[in-house]
Design a protein around this ligand. Sequence first.
Ligand SMILES: Cc1ncc(COP(=O)(O)O)c(C=O)c1O
Length: 383
Amino acid sequence: MSERKLIMLPGPTNVPDRVMKAMTKPIISHRSVEFRRLFEEVEEGLRYVFQTKNDVYVLTASGTGGVECAINNVVSPGDNVVIPTFGVFSERAKDQVLRRGGMPIELTIEWGEAPTVERIREALEGREIKAILIVYNETSTGVIVRDLPKIGEAAKDSGALLIVDAISVLGGDKLPIDEWNVDVCVTGSQKCLACPPGLSMISVSERAWEVIEKTPARSYYFDLIEAKKHKVEKETPFTPALPLYYALNEALKIVKEEGLKKRIERHAICAKAFYEAIEAIGLKPFPKAESVRSNTVIAINAPQGVNVSEVLKLMDEKYGVVIAGGMGKLKRSMFRIGCMGMISQEEVMITINALERALNDVGFRLKLGEGIKAARSTFSRHA
Ligand SMILES: Cc1ncc(COP(=O)(O)O)c(C=O)c1O
């Protein structure tokens, strides 16, 4: 058994003991009164965190399965789907549309930047578009799409559906589904909800149902119409991952106890502390404009000459803090820190301290303690 480390990855994140313990509850029949009660509680908790009156479903799948479910139910072969690509996950989503036989209208955006509503509106002009697919928080670049509410308006005006991958952000930053006209939203259990990996959750609007009902050859396992039929009985079409259901229920209770607004503010303050600390150390965030920097994934340019894997290894093995490197073409030039879930001043300080020390160990010139000082100052200003 390995010792417990501080997991500061952009998912999975640290899971509270209360949530881990919930998974040891006895297995029950998924066609029983007890399960129906659990189903109802989870549904209520999800509606709270998604801020929606729409239907919400739990899928036994990681986030990728949730995105596949969204695409497969909404997009028919030959349909046009507008999709801005600005990192690994938006490129994957485009590939998923292609795999489904959809026609992606790809808006290529420089990594480190975010799509704007103007680009989306341009792409919507003069042709029939089934959906706009947005990765709200590009986990590979640490970029958030702050134009999302405006993109929601553009979707509504044009008649296209808005599908949002909010896997690395829901519960950690603003996302009022109904207010922002999001038709289908997907998130994952293992990120800002501080639950173990293995579930994805999806919300479906009335407008989306009208489309889904006409979509031919939907996936068998991820058929939302089947899920809707079973929901009447407060059941799932297939055997749910019961221990994860218990965990999700507990994690959602924690969100409710804290209050979503407070939780989002906590993420924002921790992110601010990270950004101020890394600049004090002499590092630069990967996203160019401050306005697109994510509050849940802190992406940092690795300094010239610093070996990313060596720093990650030192942080993990010597200082007990696990962070991530870059993805795809950024693999060797970036550090990524998850600022998600149960994040607080303590985790930020421990992580910054470990990063400073590991960088110092590999010979990067810095004044040890400057990052910590900057982060402490952020927290004291927001106490
Ligand atoms: C934005 C985004 N989309 C999709 C995924 C894929 O999720 P999973 O690895 O849970 O399948 C991730 C995972 O990090 C993500 O951050």
